[in-house]
Ligand binder design. Structure first.
Ligand SMILES: [Zn+2]
Length: 270
């Protein structure tokens, strides 16, 4: 299995998906050791439901030292990036392609703030961010939505989280987002390629592009506020002038005027 190391790209990937992100101090150095390879996302709820849930995820409990997950998803859709290293969240369980009873070293945990008792319906903005966050991570690691798993699906310890989310429907939506290639962030090389391409169209006076533009539209420069048209054509552009010529030829043709039979010039009716 390829080694990819800690997901130090987490915050960037989430932001590139258009999500709100809070990077907690020291997150890149927080964890219970280093990842070998990241192969999926495990979805949880915090079982709290309040604005301080993240503290337990970061600091742990008396029986379990933090961090307990790499990410906390707030009810307003904001992601808190807690840790880049391994976290204690998966427990015992199994899933196709994942290490049995040992997923912490292979998957990223997202703790979504929710009471988990049914007392807190998932806000649309949080659910949307949940799917987009999972999709962004899976796209980054080259995996499909089949590696986006509920803790209750992986766990052999009777977990129920995340409460109330139909994971098959969730995965369908996640896959749709993964497949939205146009939403993928552009690399620096791709940005430069586009910038260079655009520069070609706003080149200096005398550039090929400017010459072509003026041949079509008349003397002037777009940068100077527009084209003046061609003085030889009474200020018309080349296209407008040709259109006017054709109109007049049609008018002459309607009168059976022989003057339009120009040798070598294709007849309109031919
Ligand atoms: Zn859980």
């Amino acid at each position: 299995m390829a080694w990819s190391g800690d997901p130090l790209w987490l915050a960037d990937v989430l932001r590139a998906e258009g999500l709100k992100v809070i990077e907690h101090d020291g997150w890149k150095f927080r964890g219970h050791g280093d990842f070998g390879n990241v192969i999926g996302v495990l979805c949880h709820h915090t079982a709290g439901g309040g604005e301080n849930d993240w503290r337990i995820v970061q600091n742990g409990r008396s029986d379990l030292p933090g961090p307990l997950a790499q990410l906390v998803l707030e009810r307003d859709g904001t992601y808190r990036v807690i840790a880049a290293g391994v976290c204690w969240h998966a427990g015992r369980g199994s899933w196709n392609g994942w290490p049995t009873n040992n997923a912490n070293y292979s998957v990223i945990g997202i703790e979504a703030v929710n009471s988990g008792t049914g007392s807190q319906p998932w806000p649309a903005v949080q659910l949307d961010a949940y799917k987009r966050g999972c999709a962004a991570i899976l796209r980054r690691i080259g995996r499909g939505s089949g590696d986006c798993v509920a803790h209750r699906e992986y766990s052999s310890e009777g977990k129920i989280d995340p409460w109330g989310i139909d994971m098959n429907a969730f995965r369908r939506d996640v896959q749709t987002i993964i497949d939205r290639k146009g939403d993928a962030p552009m690399s620096a090389a791709e940005v430069k390629q586009i910038q260079d391409f655009v520069k070609g169209f706003v080149g200096p006076i005398g550039s090929d592009v400017k010459d072509i533009r003026e041949q079509l539209c008349g003397l002037g420069q777009r940068d100077a506020g527009g084209y003046k048209g061609w003085p030889q054509l009474n200020g018309a552009t080349l296209v407008d002038a040709v259109a006017e010529v054709l109109k007049r030829l049609d008018a002459l043709e309607a009168k059976d005027c022989p003057v339009i039979n120009i040798p070598g010039f294709p007849d309109k009716a031919a």
